[in-house]
Design a binder for this molecule. Sequence first.
Ligand code: HAM
Length: 410
Amino acid sequence: MINALRGMKDIMHTKGELYEKIINTAQNVAKNYGYTLIKTPHLEQTTLFKRSVGESSDIVGKEMYQFIDKGENDVCLRPEGTAGVVRAFIEAKLDKAGGVYKYFYHGSMFRYERPQKGRLREFHQFGVECFGEADVKEDASVILMLNEILNKLNIKTTLKINSLGDASSMASYRKKLINFLNDHDDKICPDCKRRKELNPIRVLDCKVDSCQEIYKNAPIMSDSLSDEAKNDFNKLQEILNASGVSYEIDTKLVRGLDYYCKTAFEFVSDEIGSQSAVAGGGRYDRLVEYLGGRASYGVGFAMGVDRIMEILDSRQNECERDGIYVCALDEENVDFVFSLATKLRQNFKTNISYKAKKLQKHLNDADKANAKIFLCVGENERKNGEIFYKNLQNKDEKTINLSEVEKILG
Ligand code: HAM
């Protein structure tokens, strides 16, 4: 038997329905915020991710699906969506045109991580990216949008926010942090020694307990924020307060990708174990320029669709019964239910059994198909112009006149 690769999963049955529900909910909310669909390739030049996500990140350092293709190009399966959207934005010369552009996307991302609950090698994100908007109100808007999506999906989360400052804040913070790290050089882990050279703030994200103990006393970014970054962070909090969205300030929230400045945020859930982040994002005002475009503001988020599916799937009745199941008890009526199904399919999701079976067998099949309405014809019903009806959700059952079927399904 040929199995799927480790860390890669098929999405089918109730998971397939949940996937659609999550994407539909998210894109409807994003459209209301003025975002439109963008689709970018799964495969990009490796340099794109090295320059954007950053060499110091685990994603680029350890987790890329990178290979040389038949044309000797160094390519990589996208580990995240932002870099490709930024590349598309620059390639379409929108950075030069000016103005504000808002996109949403969804699809597979690939990271060669150690698979575990909530952590896959192929996973799915729904994300949004906004270009050309300097106002912190857009940072607030993407957080409110994400909050609304999660509320609509009934996902309870805690919002964590931080400010990573602008270029000047970061330069002064880096100096303070490097001095601190130099004082503790003999105690920090080898990964943190590497991070210190490449991108020191990344140490704050270290998962080693002894390092975290040391960083409890590390300088914090908020003491180094420029006036502009401080004002934006205060304004962001004012908007969240006024909108009734609760949050925690997490001074160690640095995110796993290098491109952020000012606003950084994550939504975490306590329903899915250690891989608790269901979504994250922030502002990235330097990224367009890093990737060769004209400096343009950027802000966005990505939501982990698989983690949300896990949460919804673990709850009963989350995937509601849906559609009709039509069937016949005897061979003579199979053609009749076929024509009935064809008619119903113009307006309703309808499954059909092409085989005559006993009532209980049909009921089991309808249950497996997660149908809501069960319609079955036997000899007697057919003679009287009737059909047996059962609502598999509330268990209501009766024999109804054939002419009433569509009215009852309403
Ligand atoms: P990220 O925090 O790396 O951000 O990923 C966003 C979400 O994707 C995470 O919160 C998590 O739910 C999900 N995720 C990440 N890795 C895995 C995995 N191995 N298995 C399952 N789910 C996973 C980004 O990707 C940024 N591009 C977000 C962004 C957009 N920032 C600005 N714009």
